[in-house]
Design a protein around this ligand. Sequence first.
Ligand code: NCD
Ligand code: ZN
Ligand code: ZN
Ligand code: ZN
Length: 461
Amino acid sequence: MVDANNGALPMTVDCVLHNGKLYFEGTIIEGGLAIDGDRIVKIGREPNLPAAGERIDLNRCLVLPGLIDAHVHLRGQRLAYKEDFLSGTQAAVAGGFTTVLDMPNNEPVICSVDSVRKRVELAERKIVANVGFLSSFPHRTDEIADIVREGATAFKLYLSEQIGGVNIEDDDELLQAFTEVSRLNMPLAVHAEDAKMIKNRTNVEKAAGNNDVEAYCRAHPPEAEVKAARRVLQLAEKTKVRVHLCHVSSEETVALVNEAKKKGMDVSCEATPHHLMATSRLLTDLGAPALTDPPLREKKVMEALWGGVREKVIDLVASDHAPHSIREKTADSVWSVRPGVPGLETTLPLLLTKVNEGLLTVNDVVRLLAEKPAQIFGIQDAGFLSEGGMADITVVDLHRVGRIDVDRFHSKAEYSPFDGWKVKGLPVKVFVNGTLVLDKDEVVADEGIGRVLRSRKSLTK
Ligand code: NCD
Ligand code: ZN
Ligand code: ZN
Ligand code: ZN
């Protein structure tokens, strides 16, 4: 392996990718790059690339930094029937992602040193993409620092239901936890929906005998999100914690985030592809396969989200890949259906389709799916291509057309609100840590080639 910093290239590197268009420092350069070991050792035009053991012709495809999905439920452990570390990370690379952030609402819930350690150990042997693990709050605030040392990338708070050790109805407990996360300078991701409002409205609908998706939407209104978002932003302002709002789905939440940013708060937020591409009409048409939290909204919300993306109030797009079994998605009553849709294998093609339609630029896609997630979640050496940097690379063919087909998913999920949708723009090759893991439509990775991300603090333990 070459020491990338001394400037000397080995005579022959492992692999050269040539005849590509590279997204490098905000512009597109025609050329290629050289990989040696797990690093990119050279980026440049054809004549400047070194000799290589293997040469791969990219056929003028677009070379992007390895993409990052900041909101993924890999499941595994007792939820492995929905998804596991292998199937989930195979879905990730098949969808063009080299890194995913995994959510803690598992069985067991990830909210302690032991549960993080166990999850990391199980994942390490299986993952074919890089994975960072989020933890919920532990029962004791002083365990937060230990969880960081154990390797958690960030913390996750659900205000929609009680998950983890802090009583979500108790602002003092939340303040304590926020203060500690802030002291450690760790990011805090929040599912902002007010649990009480949802519970009350659900009871009202159930009592009235309503059990369709419209009733579900009434029980999970935008106001529930706004109420929780307002509460979280107030707690964040007091504690100066870096707060990230997941899957925003109302105009008012976007406005609140905008306001907070203008005040100078360290706040960020994400939109999902389903909230950007679909409305409650699709939910009415499809029913359970399109049921997710928060639910799909009216067209004017979708438009406000696009406004948020354009104005950069919305920092990133994350799939909220939330796979369930077909049995869990099929029930007579909406109250028995598990909310959540798989997104790892549809997010990038859907966004690239928008690039082809002129609604997004390649720069936007790189910002939303690489630069911002890396920056917000402090993922070292990720989000951009660089000489000496990790060889996490996503090659996309902007002209390739396809159709979303759940039968071809690597995910265990066998449904999608986008099944059958035509897309233009697909990932064609993906490298994780210098290893080719996706080649055309095939995942060619060996189990365990992915790395577990560790925060800088855990590395110094
Ligand atoms: C998620 C899940 O299934 O874990 N479901 C969902 O509808 N988004 C939970 C969540 O992200 O809130
Ligand atoms: Zn060439
Ligand atoms: Zn959520
Ligand atoms: Zn989620």
